[in-house]
Design a binder for this molecule. Structure first.
Ligand code: MTE
Ligand code: MO
Length: 502
C-alpha cells in the first residue's frame, strides 16, 4: 500500500511491492522500497507498482528481469504473502493473463526459428547458424527488439499519416508549424532510395559482458544483429520540400535535434517509444536517414515498424524508431525514457549509475567496430575421433560491422589467445549483390552493412579443445578490445571485446 507514514522520522512514502509468482527466487515476497526510490534508475515510476504485483510492470520494462535486479530487490524484502493471499494473487493473474488487459492484442505471428529471450514485450535473437546463410537476413528471422506491446496498426499502409512538427525552439510544448504526410505521398512525391543497413541492438552480446560483471538488461547473445535492404524517402528531402528546411536554415532557426515518435505507448505511464538524432546527422544526405516503407522489397512486417519507420544507418538500433507517427524539429532531444535515461554508457568504475548519471551522460548514437562468430556455437562438440588427421579442420563463420559509415577492412582470427593471427576470407553468398566487395556498392563513409566472413582452423586433437577468437579492423584503423574489463559498462552496451568460442 502506498501511504504517508508519519511515524517515520523522514516522513517518507511507504511503498510495498509484491513480486511475481513467476520469479521463483522472489515469489510472493513483499518489499518496502521506500529507501530505494531515490536510487531507482526510473525514479518515482516505481511507485506506480505500490501495493500491486510488480510483474506486469516488469513485462513492460524487461530490463528488470535479471539476477542483478533480483539481488538488489532482495535487500528490501519485508514479508511473505500468506498461502491464502498467494493463491488469490495467482487466481487474479490467471484471469488477467487470458487477455492481458488487451495490451498485447496486436502481436503478430512469429517465426518459430527466432530465439526469444523475452515474450512480452517480444524480444528475439536471430538464429546464429541460419543468420550466416544470407547476406540479406530474411524478414522472418530479423532480430526483434520491442520495448512495449506492438501497437494497433493501420490496415492500409498508404493512408497512414505522419505528423511533421516544427516546435518552438524556445518552448518545447509549443508547435509553430505542423502538417501531415501520408505514406502514399512519401512513395509518390519523393525519390525511392534503398540502402543496405545492418541494425544491431546496443545490448548485443550483453550476456558475455555480464559474465565479466553483472550488467543490467536482457541477456542478448551475439545475434541481436541483422542486415536488410531498406527502401524509403530520404528524410532530408522530405524536410526540404515540405518546410523549405536544410541544415543551415534549421540551425539558424535554433533547431538542434530531429525527434521521432513511435505509435507504441504505455497506457499506464504515458510513455511512448521515441528517439532523436542531431540535426547535423538527420539533415545530412550522406548520413542516409530514410523514412522507410519497405524491408527487403516487402512491406515492413508488424514487428519491424509497419507501415513506416526511420532508419538511421550506422547507429545503434534504438535510434531507428518503428511505427513512426510523428517527426519534430526541436532544440531538445527526444523526451523518451529510452533516449534520455537508458541507452547510455558509463566508465567501468561506475557500477550503479544514479538517475542523475543517466540524465547527464550523452545518448549513444553510433556503434564502434565489432565482429562475432556465429558458427560453431560456443561449446560445440566435434564428431568423435575427428581431428586425429592433421588436415582435419573447423570451419568458422561470422559477421563484422562498424558504426557511422565506417567499413570493416579485415577480420582476424586466433587460436592461441592472440599470439598469432590469421586473416579471415569474405563469404560469397548467393544472395549478396555482385558488387558487395566493390566500393560502388557502399561508398566510403557509407558502409552501413555488415560483411560476412569465414575462416578455417586446424581441428583440435581428439579429446582436446580449441578456443577461437576474432576481431575486426575498420576504415579508421580502430579495432576491437581484447578484454571485457576495459569496455564493461553498467548498462551492458556496445559489447565489442574479441568474441571467443570454444
Ligand atoms: N521503435 C519503437 N517504436 N519501439 C521500440 O521498442 N526498439 C528500438 C528500435 N526502434 C523500438 C523501436 C530498438 S532498442 C532496436 S534495437 C530496434 O528498434 C530493433 O529493430 P527491429 O525490432 O526491427 O530489429
Ligand atoms: Mo536496442
Amino acid at each position: 500500500k502506498k501511504r504517508e507514514d508519519k511515524s517515520r522520522s523522514n516522513g517518507g512514502t511507504f511503498a510495498a511491492v509484491t513480486a511475481s509468482v513467476a520469479m521463483a527466487t522472489v515469489a510472493n515476497t513483499v518489499y518496502d522500497v521506500t529507501n530505494f526510490v531515490d536510487s531507482h534508475p526510473g525514479g518515482e515510476k516505481i511507485l506506480l507498482a505500490a501495493g500491486k504485483d510488480v510483474e506486469p510492470f516488469w513485462d513492460l520494462y524487461a530490463v528488470h528481469k535479471s539476477p542483478h535486479v533480483l539481488s538488489i530487490l532482495a535487500e528490501y524484502a519485508i514479508a511473505r504473502l500468506t498461502a491464502a493471499d498467494a493463491l488469490e494473487l495467482q487466481r487474479r493473474k490467471a484471469s488477467e493473463q487470458s487477455d492481458d488487459g488487451g495490451k498485447f492484442a496486436n502481436e503478430p505471428k512469429r517465426s518459430p526459428l527466432l530465439v526469444p529471450i523475452n515474450k512480452r514485450p517480444y524480444n528475439a535473437m536471430s538464429p546464429p547458424e541460419i543468420l550466416m546463410d544470407h547476406y540479406y537476413t530474411p524478414n522472418a528471422i530479423h532480430f526483434v527488439r520491442n520495448h512495449l506491446p506492438v501497437p494497433k496498426l493501420p490496415e492500409d499502409a498508404n493512408s497512414h499519416r505522419v505528423k511533421l512538427d516544427l516546435k518552438d525552439p524556445t518552448n518545447e510544448e509549443k508547435v509553430n508549424r505542423s502538417l501531415n504526410v501520408t505514406v502514399e505521398q512519401l512513395r509518390n512525391d519523393f525519390p525511392r532510395v534503398s540502402y543496405d543497413v545492418t541494425l544491431a541492438c546496443a545490448g548485443n552480446r550483453r550476456n558475455e559482458m555480464a559474465q565479466w560483471r553483472q550488467a543490467r538488461g536482457l541477456e542478448w547473445r551475439q545475434t541481436a544483429v541483422s542486415n536488410a535492404r531498406w527502401t524509403g524517402a530520404p528524410l532530408h528531402l522530405v524536410l526540404k520540400k515540405l518546410f523549405g528546411l536544410d541544415l543551415d536554415k534549421a540551425r539558424k532557426l535554433g533547431y538542434r535535434h530531429v525527434q521521432f515518435e513511435g505509435m507504441d505507448g504505455d497506457s499506464i505511464t504515458g510513455d511512448f517509444y521515441g528517439a532523436s538524432v542531431p540535426v547535423e546527422v538527420a539533415l545530412d544526405e550522406s548520413r542516409g536517414l530514410l523514412l522507410a516503407y519497405e524491408m527487403n522489397g516487402e512491406a515492413i512486417p508488424a514487428d519491424h515498424g509497419y507501415p513506416l519507420r526511420v532508419i538511421v544507418p550506422g547507429a545503434i538500433g534504438a535510434r531507428s524508431v518503428k511505427w513512426l507517427c510523428r517527426i519534430a524539429l526541436s532544440r531538445q532531444e527526444s523526451s523518451s525514457f529510452w533516449l534520455r535515461s537508458d541507452y547510455k554508457t558509463f566508465q567501468p568504475s561506475l557500477y550503479t549509475p544514479t538517475v542523475e548519471d543517466f540524465v547527464r551522460a550523452p545518448a549513444q548514437l553510433y556503434w564502434p567496430v565489432v565482429s562475432a562468430i556465429c558458427w560453431p556455437p560456443d561449446g560445440h562438440v566435434i564428431r568423435d575421433g575427428y581431428g586425429a588427421d592433421e588436415d582435419e579442420v573447423v570451419q568458422i563463420r561470422g559477421y563484422a560491422f562498424s558504426g557511422a559509415g565506417a567499413g570493416v577492412v579485415r577480420v582476424e582470427v586466433t587460436t592461441d589467445d592472440g599470439n598469432t593471427w590469421q586473416l579471415a576470407q569474405w563469404c560469397n553468398l548467393d544472395d549478396a549483390p555482385d558488387d558487395v566487395d566493390d566500393s560502388l556498392h557502399q561508398p566510403f563513409g557509407q558502409r552501413w552493412a555488415w560483411r560476412l566472413w569465414e575462416a578455417t582452423v586446424p581441428a583440435p586433437k581428439p579429446g582436446q579443445s580449441v578456443t577461437i577468437a576474432c576481431k575486426a579492423v575498420d576504415d579508421n584503423g580502430n579495432q576491437q578490445p581484447e578484454r571485457w574489463s576495459s569496455v564493461w559498462n553498467a548498462r551492458g552496451l556496445l559489447g565489442n571485446a574479441w568474441h571467443r568460442v570454444t
